[in-house]
Design a binder for this molecule. Structure first.
Ligand code: ZN
Length: 458
């Protein structure tokens, strides 16, 4: 094995880009501040001046400077904002599904302060020119900072590697063929060898197409009963085992996207125990839903890749989040146009949106019943920043305001008031969730404020 190496730090271009916005002067008064990494779990006043966290103080002790906005945080929670390492914004090429403005609006409404967009667009983000113009568009349109991954192979075809070093210089945070696996082992091996030169994590969508075939849902009792083609868990786990072995051999760094099955958790755990530089993410929908939901209702909003799996799998994912086998939560926000999803289940495209519902779904389904502590969920919702070498948001003096204010008691029906996203294909649609984002500050600016949430000037 080669010696391990550090490959995270972005190089050259700034890692995240967004539209310039006026820096905030805001006093959040008396919110319960919860920043697990900083060890803060108490009611505090938090003063933001010029977009930077300027002062923390006991409740009702800080004065709002003239002109500052005052957010009444009493009875609310103030958290470090969330970072999503896996979203699809459909730009360039499919802006009717989502664009940088609508996608980042959805993210801000979900409490996110930074997101990383996948390159499976049209054209693919597989050369520096496409990446450069995408980043230019984000400088005009994105409401919160966005980073971009480039593809591992040209046109996601799995054959020729992209110019990884050039793409890194242009600002690619890492590489992924997400939506597809890197099917040929030799291609992944070569990419890991280039990673040694240029850095950047390799994020892997793990699926063996010879096993997943034409499957449309998890292979098991429910698919058998419905007579639908299944996607077996081993389609994912065997590829994880293969890729972990290759990464170990090349001393490269890989990240496993959207883990869905118990066998996959085991494969990641084995690789970690062997010292492979491997991380993994899990989505809110895989943590909270199972394929049982399809038993009586073939709702195309519940069709995604990897598919919702069994309760046994879901429990394994929860345990993996708890014990650290899974490093972070990522939504895999995958918008589709309404007419694309309004077709028979077998024909519908895979994917669900997730940015606006991630926190509320996890809070409702896992925190409130006592399955996972709130602090763990909050920590994992931003832990994805580390994958791509970004600083973790923190409630700390001197840090940029990357914060979200949340009402943990507020209930709302998903979709009832529409979505900030351009798409409606949300797997939680119609559910009543508890936990509502009231305001989000990203990179020092107020980027979202819930309609009904009162603001007063000092
Ligand atoms: Zn994806």
């Amino acid at each position: 094995m080669n010696a391990p190496r550090a490959t995270t730090a972005p190089r050259g271009a700034e890692p995240l880009v967004h539209r310039a916005q006026p820096p905030a002067d805001v006093l959040v008064r008396g919110a319960h501040v919860l920043d697990p990494r900083a060890g803060i779990d108490a009611p505090l006043d938090v003063l933001v001046r010029g977009g930077v966290i300027a002062e923390l103080g006991a409740p009702d002790t800080l004065d709002a400077p003239a002109g500052a906005e005052v957010l009444d945080g009493r009875g609310k929670h103030l958290l470090p904002g969330f970072v999503d390492p896996h979203v699809h914004f459909r730009v360039p090429g499919q802006e009717h599904k989502e664009d940088l403005d609508s996608g980042t609006r959805a993210a801000a409404a979900g409490g996110y302060v930074a997101v990383v967009a996948m390159p499976n667009t049209n054209p693919t983000v597989d050369d520096a020119t496409v990446l450069g113009s995408l980043r230019e568009a984000a400088r005009r349109e994105a409401r919160i900072p966005v980073g971009f991954m480039a593809s591992v192979t040209r046109r996601l075809a799995g054959e020729a590697l992209t110019e990884m070093a050039e793409l890194r210089d242009e600002g690619a945070l890492g590489f992924t063929d997400d939506g597809k696996p890197v099917h040929r082992a030799a291609i992944l091996r070569r990419a890991l060898q280039y990673q040694r030169l240029c850095g950047g994590v390799l994020a892997l969508h793990e699926e063996d197409p010879s096993l997943s075939g034409a499957g449309v849902m998890h292979e098991g009792e429910v698919s058998a009963r419905l007579g639908l083609a299944g996607i077996p868990s081993i389609s994912e786990s065997t590829m994880i085992a293969r890729d972990a072995a290759i990464a170990g051999y090349e001393a490269g760094r890989i990240h496993i996207q959207h883990l869905s099955a118990v066998e996959s958790v085991e494969a990641v755990a084995v690789a970690k125990a062997r010292g492979v530089a491997i991380t993994a993410e899990v989505s809110p929908h895989h943590l909270t839903l199972t394929c049982d939901a399809l038993r009586d209702n073939l709702d195309t909003r519940l069709k995604m890749n990897p598919p919702l799996r069994s309760e046994h799998d879901r429990q394994a994912l929860i345990a993996a989040l708890r014990d650290g086998t899974v490093d972070c939560i990522a939504t895999d926000h995958a918008p589709h146009a309404r007419e694309e999803k309004e077709v028979p289940f077998e024909e519908a495209p895979m994917g669900t949106t997730g940015l606006e519902t991630a926190f509320a779904a996890l809070h409702t389904e896992l925190v409130l019943p006592g399955v996972l502590p709130l602090a763990l969920v909050v920590e994992k919702l931003s832990a994805g920043a580390a994958l791509v070498g970004l600083p973790l948001p923190a409630v700390a003096v001197g840090r940029p305001a990357d914060l979200c204010l949340i009402d943990l008691a507020a209930t709302w029906e998903v979709g009832e008031a529409g979505y900030e996203s351009r798409a409606e294909n949300c797997c939680f649609a119609g559910r009543t969730l508890q936990g509502r984002v009231l305001a989000t500050l990203a990179a020092g600016a107020v980027v979202y404020r819930e309609r009904a949430f009162a603001v007063s000037a000092a």
